[in-house]
Every structure is written in structure tokens, then in C-alpha cells.
Ligand binder design. Structure first.
Ligand SMILES: *Cc1c(COP(=O)(O)O)cnc(C)c1O
Length: 368
């Protein structure tokens, strides 16, 4: 049977049916309906954050939070991420300035941020990539001393905690993605978390055409609201999320047991003081020591109908749409990782015997 890099979590069919049944009574399908409002409240509790603003998807949430902050100039960010992060910056007429990443957890290298700050720098957009958290303390200190905004792309970090504190509490705002492929999903969806009430008001308007009330439209907004069917999926999935993360933990540990100590394969290391969510299982294949390269690993798995991904390749700074604009040789660690990373299948429903099978295929390539 085909195994994909990701398999969406599904709640029991009947639970979803029960959740959407009231919509046939109310016929209130979108525009901040009852399920939307309930999900926002439940997520504030689960993520332990003061405010959650729900969106149609994570990307629009990120675009709109940048817009809501009225930023101008340069934004320091990472190229080792999904296209969305960089596109959200560029689509706001901001200039991304790429900072290199840490070699062991692939997050922005906070020690290099300060050297990239100019008098045009307005914000930092780091990514908790693979659910690994950035050095939030160092980032906060730099931002404070230079008067910069910090917006985290926390698309991968649902439910992650640092020193017991929900990861959505760091920086000025964080964006979560609830896309079907993420740890927690609403089919399509996303959210901003922030403690800034005024920012919440701006987001509320921006995602609803800038409408203040029936008579006043005082913002140039767009449409990025979450509908009731997506909110219903979120409410159902939230009931099961702890169990799903626990199943991911078993998969993660099975991979670790199988693959640790193999020359030329680098694994994610658990981070100190972090409660993880086991979102992805990336490995770095170092051809010299391992004896086979990433493409050979991908091909060998594909032959067994196991389909993995080069997350994240290419670097966003190397994408065709940005050709000639950025120099990825300035972020050598990111380039190194992008050329060697492969994310192995990871989902709550992945059978542990399949994990063993995947690891056997990888191990058998050694020295070939
Ligand atoms: C998924 C993802 C996004 C975008 O989220 P969508 O909900 O798919 O719009 C942004 N950044 C990263 C790092 C992601 O993985």
C-alpha cells in the first residue's frame, strides 16, 4: 500500500456529522459563526494564548499580520522554509534579508541576526521549522534592543511548548497553519496568536474586507475568514489531538531507534526545555559518510511505493520566482541542509512496522 510523507488525521465520520448538523438549522455557514467562535476559544485554551484570530489558511494569516503591522523596509528571515514565509514578506512589498540557520535544528541562527540589521530593518520572521523552536530568548533580546517586530511562522509548531509555555506566546505574533497536512488541521485554515488587542481588531477587519460595521468600511481588507465546516473539522480534531501527538511520538522514537548511530545520517535532536509535537521526521543524508545520496534514498523508497519529500528544497531564496535577487551562498548552512534533507513519512496513523520497513530500505543503501 502506498505510503505518503504525510497522512491527514481524520476524526470519526459520525463525530463530524454531529458537529455540522446544527448548520442545517442555523444556515449560518461562514462569517464568524458559532463554530468559528467556539474553535477560537478552544484554541486559546489549548495553545494557552490570550487571543486566537482564525483565518482561511496559514498563509493569509501571515500576509495579513504583516500588513496589519504597517511595516516598511527589510525583514530578517530564513530561506529554509516553505515558499509561504518568503512570499508573505514579498507580497507585502517588504524585502526579505536571509539569515543562515543552525546546523542541528535548522532554525534561524540568532547569533547572525544582528549583523544583518540595517536602518531599514523593521521585523524578524523566524520559522519554528519542523516544530523545532527558534532561540526565542535571543530573538526577543535582539528585537527589543533594536525596536523590531517579531512574527513567528509557527506553521509546524502546533502544541509545542517552551519551558511549559505555549509557543504562540513568543514575539509580537505567531502564525499557525491548520492545513490538512499539519499536526492539527481544519482542512484548510490558520490562525494568528497575539497578546495585542489592537492587532486583533485590525486582523478582524482585514480578513473581512475592512468592514468596521454595517455603515463603515475604513480598511482596505480582503477576505480570509474561516468557514463553519472547517471550524467543525477543527473542533473534532481538537478532541483527539493529544492522542494523535502521542502516536506521532511512538513513530518518532521508532525512527530514532532504527536510524541513530548510522554514519552519514543526521537526525533531529530533542531540544532542551521543549515539549515537542513530532510534526516531521527530517534526516540529513551526508553522501560521503553514508555512501549513498539523498536522491538514491528517495528512489529506493519510491520503488517500494513510499513517497518522501525534499523538505525544504530549494531554499526560498533559490526559487525561480526570485531568480537573480538573492545570493544563497550567503547562507551556507541552509544551502547544505537544503541539498541533503529528506523528510520521511510521519503521521499518527503510520504503522510502526512500516517505520521499520522504511528504515531497512534506508539502511540497506549504506555504502552502495
Ligand atoms: C504550511 C505552511 C505555511 C502555510 O500554511 P497554509 O495553511 O498551507 O497556508 C506557511 N509556512 C510554513 C513553514 C508551512 O509549512
Amino acid at each position: 500500500m502506498r505510503i505518503n510523507v504525510i497522512r491527514s488525521s481524520m476524526p470519526p465520520f459520525e463525530e463530524y456529522m454531529e458537529k455540522i448538523r446544527p448548520l442545517w438549522e442555523s444556515v449560518w455557514l461562514t462569517n464568524m459563526g458559532a463554530l468559528h467562535n467556539e474553535l477560537a476559544k478552544r484554541l486559546e485554551e489549548y495553545l494557552e494564548v490570550p487571543n486566537v484570530s482564525l483565518f482561511v489558511n496559514g498563509h493569509m494569516a501571515l500576509e495579513m499580520v504583516l500588513q496589519a503591522m504597517d511595516l516598511e523596509g527589510e525583514v530578517i528571515t530564513t530561506p529554509f522554509t516553505f515558499a509561504s514565509t518568503t512570499h508573505a514578506i514579498v507580497r507585502n512589498n517588504l524585502t526579505p534579508v536571509f539569515c543562515d540557520i543552525e546546523p542541528d535544528n535548522y532554525t534561524i541562527d540568532a547569533g547572525r541576526i544582528e549583523s544583518l540589521i540595517t536602518d531599514r530593518t523593521c521585523a524578524i520572521v523566524p520559522v519554528h521549522v519542523y516544530g523545532c523552536i527558534c532561540d526565542v530568548e535571543a530573538v526577543e533580546q535582539i528585537a527589543r534592543s533594536h525596536g523590531l517586530k517579531v512574527i513567528y511562522d509557527a506553521a509546524h509548531a502546533f502544541g509545542v511548548k517552551y519551558k511549559g509555555k505555549g509557543i504562540g506566546n513568543f514575539g509580537d505574533a505567531s502564525m499557525f497553519s491548520f492545513h490538512a497536512t499539519k499536526v492539527f488541521h481544519t482542512i484548510e485554515g490558520g490562525a494568528i496568536t497575539t497578546d495585542d488587542e489592537e492587532l486583533m481588531d485590525r486582523l478582524w477587519k482585514l480578513k473581512d474586507f475592512g468592514i468596521k460595521n454595517e455603515d463603515i468600511v475604513d480598511g482596505i481588507g480582503a477576505n480570509a475568514k474561516m468557514n463553519e465546516f472547517c471550524a467543525a473539522m477543527g473542533l473534532c480534531n481538537l478532541e483527539h489531538i493529544d492522542g494523535e501527538i502521542e502516536k506521532r511520538r511512538l513513530v518518532f522514537e521508532r525512527y530514532m531507534d532504527n536510524l541513530s548511530g548510522i554514519d552519514g545520517i543526521s537526525l533531529l535532536k530533542p531540544q532542551k526545555d521543549v515539549t515537542p509535537n513530532y510534526a516531521y521526521y527530517p534526516v540529513i543524508i551526508n553522501e560521503k559518510e553514508f555512501g549513498a545520496n539523498r536522491q538514491q534514498v528517495i528512489d529506493a523508497l519510491a520503488e517500494e511505493d513510499i513517497h518522501v519529500r525534499k523538505y525544504f528544497y530549494p531554499l526560498t531564496s533559490d526559487m525561480d520566482c526570485y531568480r537573480g535577487r538573492f545570493d544563497s551562498s550567503l547562507t551556507p548552512v541552509a544551502k547544505w541542509a537544503a541539498d541533503r534533507a529528506v523528510t520521511l513519512p510521519m503521521s499518527a496513523s503510520l504503522d510502526l512496522h512500516d517505520v521499520d520497513r522504511i528504515c531497512d530500505i534506508v539502511r540497506n543503501l549504506r555504502g552502495k
